[in-house]
Design a protein around this ligand. Structure first.
Ligand code: MN3
Length: 380
């Protein structure tokens, strides 16, 4: 039985993690979780899973919950996230919170010896060098939950990193993959939020449409697999059947395939190195699929992918700026304050205004993150 702490329980990855835990009551148990503002859903999860410790976003929500659930302990805020991450009884931390707020709790969990199942890509984007150093120092495995990185991780099983020629990350293309750049001028939030293949949260669905998601994933892959940027390639693959691939020196390519379902990579991170059945997931029928399509990425069409790879290559605090500017710009788009294409402009401005600091520590990263958010706010 693995005892699990879950950060971001009410989000898309969070609820799908709970599906996996529910299907395997003899293998997994939820002992601690954090939620945001969705207290209604939090109540339902507490009833169903009986976690011992729950962290909410706002202190004001605690009092009522403590009356309703006298056997559960409650905490709140950013300190609450850390308490969940390091909860003494838990063995595995699933980090499914959104944005760079996931960084510090992840680091604390590594230092207290928890296995990390990482769905929070912003953590590796902003502080990959710090997280990877800590995981090596404490000998803590970092298991990818993101479907592309899980695919690469699976393709690497039984193989040596020194034999890898390149990583090939597939991209669905997001909501606007069939539109030209000139057709993106007046797209609406609703259109941007309808992803053709994957059911995900709002922020990552917009990131898919701008292709920033793929850019963040390239940086994530660079850190997770210790792979130089010129050996990570992105391939447009609209069916999302091949979740990513590894090419070896002998020209063999190993790919991982499946129906698009985030519960599969989530479960693999939890069950690793074992595999468990997942009854609710649809088995892939390749005869039914028939054709798979692939296309080279167009960096002029998807400028955010270009920004991300450049920021990753230059390193220092640029990936932090990239990520923070993107978080603010996407939130502004979702609130109707800027247009879809202005997301790119805001990120470009933030990157060019920044003087990169090399090898930043956690304090510098947090300062640059904050400054960037303020700077982008002034541009809105
Ligand atoms: Mn992904």
């Amino acid at each position: 039985m693995k005892l699990i702490s879950l950060l971001g329980a009410t989000g898309s990855i969070g609820t799908q993690t709970l599906d996996v835990i529910k299907e395997h009551p003899a293998e997994f148990k939820l002992v601690a979780m954090s939620v945001g503002n969705n207290i209604g859903l939090a109540r339902k999860i507490i009833v169903d899973f009986q976690p011992e410790l729950v962290s909410v976003k706002e202190k004001g929500d605690i009092e009522q919950l403590a009356i309703e659930f006298p056997r559960t302990k409650f905490t709140y805020g950013e300190e609450g996230l850390v308490e969940i991450a390091v909860y003494e009884k838990s063995e595995v931390l699933v980090n499914a919170v959104l944005g760079s707020v996931g960084l510090y709790p992840t680091l604390q969990a590594i230092e207290s010896g928890k296995i990390i199942a990482l769905a929070n890509k912003e953590t590796l984007v902003t502080a990959g060098h710090i997280i990877m150093d800590a995981s090596k120092k404490h000998n803590i495995p970092l298991l990818p939950v993101d479907s592309e990185h899980s695919a690469i991780f699976q393709a690497l099983q039984g193989n040596k990193m020194k034999n890898v020629e390149q990583l090939i990350i597939t991209a669905s293309g997001g909501s606007f993959r069939d539109r030209k750049r000139s057709e993106l001028e007046n797209v609406t939030v609703k259109e941007a939020l309808s992803h053709p293949n994957w059911s995900m949260g709002a922020k990552i669905t917009i990131d898919s449409a701008t292709m920033m998601n793929k850019g963040l994933e390239v940086i994530e892959a660079h850190w997770l697999f210790d792979m130089p940027y010129d050996k990570i390639n992105v391939l447009l693959h609209k069916e999302s059947i091949i979740h990513s691939m590894v090419e070896f020196h002998d020209s063999s390519i190993i790919a991982q395939l499946g129906s698009p379902d985030m519960r599969v990579p989530i479960q693999f991170a939890l069950s690793y190195p074992d595999r468990l059945p997942l009854s609710s997931s649809r088995r892939l029928n390749l005869a039914e699929v028939g054709l798979l399509h692939f296309q080279e990425m167009d960096f002029n069409r998807f400028r955010c992918l270009h920004f991300a790879i450049e920021a990753g290559k230059k390193g220092g605090t640029l990936p932090t700026v990239l990520n923070a500017a993107n978080e603010v710009a996407v939130a502004a788009f979702l609130e109707g304050k800027v247009t879809f294409l202005q997301i790119e402009d805001l990120i470009e401005k933030a990157l060019s205004a920044h003087q990169s600091i090399s090898n930043p520590d956690l304090t510098i990263i947090q300062e640059v993150d904050k400054e960037t958010r303020q700077y982008v706010q002034t541009l809105l």
